[in-house]
Design a protein around this ligand. Structure first.
Ligand SMILES: [Zn+2]
Length: 259
């Protein structure tokens, strides 16, 4: 990725230990991440909120007024932490991976996740790292659009766990598609992508697919237990977002990906 001319963004909260944050000044993974974050948050996804949003439907639920054109985008804050963190969504450990908390509009990441991504998940590369953040900001967009709340209420009415999991998969795949849309816009506006970047991102999406994670963890796959989607699904939706840049395509609730 081309990041040299990107400015660092201000909406970052550094809650890491003192020793760690001093270490970051010297370069290495932290610096890369901060530049990526700057890059990401520098893109104003209000473009996403200005048109066509009403067509991102949920099954049998008409879009509420809040999804109409002309919404103001509120930037999320990125919180860097080490080991454990307290959010409006409760206490979290780094092992759980990066996450977005709707009530406080913040994305949380322990940067050691990037080492896991490279080593354990075999998904190296700066664009793979950017995809992780982009996915979480995809959840922020879903939150602003009211999609997250709707899915949560549908999940609370689900008659069994499999049904609730299936809704979770649809929400997560949409966040992947939105991450792809970010990449599309960022590249169109600022020419960030280099040879091999898209492949890096798609590889990351595949490596964190539920089937691959289950296989690594227990040696077999239980599709009913998926909460984020299979490798194939994650790649399909992320790719669709990247290639189309069209929010209408990200309707994971009623369609299969159509390019
Ligand atoms: Zn997610």
């Amino acid at each position: 990725m081309r990041l040299d001319e990107e400015q660092e963004s201000q909406n970052i909260e550094d809650r890491r230990g003192f020793r760690v944050s001093r270490g970051i000044a010297g370069g290495g993974i932290g610096t890369i991440a901060v530049i990526l974050i700057a890059l990401f948050f520098g893109v104003d996804p209000s473009v996403l909120l200005q048109g066509n949003v009403q067509e991102t439907n949920l099954p049998q639920t008409p879009p509420p007024q809040s999804q109409q054109v002309g919404r103001t985008y509120e930037k999320p804050t990125l919180v860097l932490f080490s080991d454990t963190v307290q959010s409006a969504c409760g206490f979290a450990q780094a092992a759980a991976g990066p996450f977005y908390c709707g009530p406080d509009h913040k994305v949380y990441i322990d940067l050691s996740f990037y080492r896991d991504l490279r080593q354990r998940f075999q998904a190296p590369g700066d664009f793979a790292q950017a995809y992780v953040i982009a996915h979480e900001v995809g959840h922020h967009v879903q939150n602003l659009l009211g999609i997250m709340k709707k899915v949560q209420s549908m999940q609370s009415r689900a008659t069994n766990e499999n049904q609730a999991n299936a809704l979770s998969v649809q929400l997560e795949l949409q966040a992947d598609c939105l991450a792809g849309i970010w990449a599309n816009y960022a590249h169109r506006e600022r020419n960030i992508l280099e040879q091999g970047d898209v492949e890096e991102g798609l590889n990351a999406a595949a490596q964190i697919g539920d089937d691959r994670i289950q296989l690594r963890a227990r040696g077999y796959v239980v599709p009913e237990g998926f909460t984020h989607g299979s490798a194939e699904q994650r790649v399909q939706w992320f790719r669709l977002g990247i290639e189309s840049g069209d929010l209408k395509k990200c309707d994971t609730f009623s369609k299969r990906p159509v390019s």
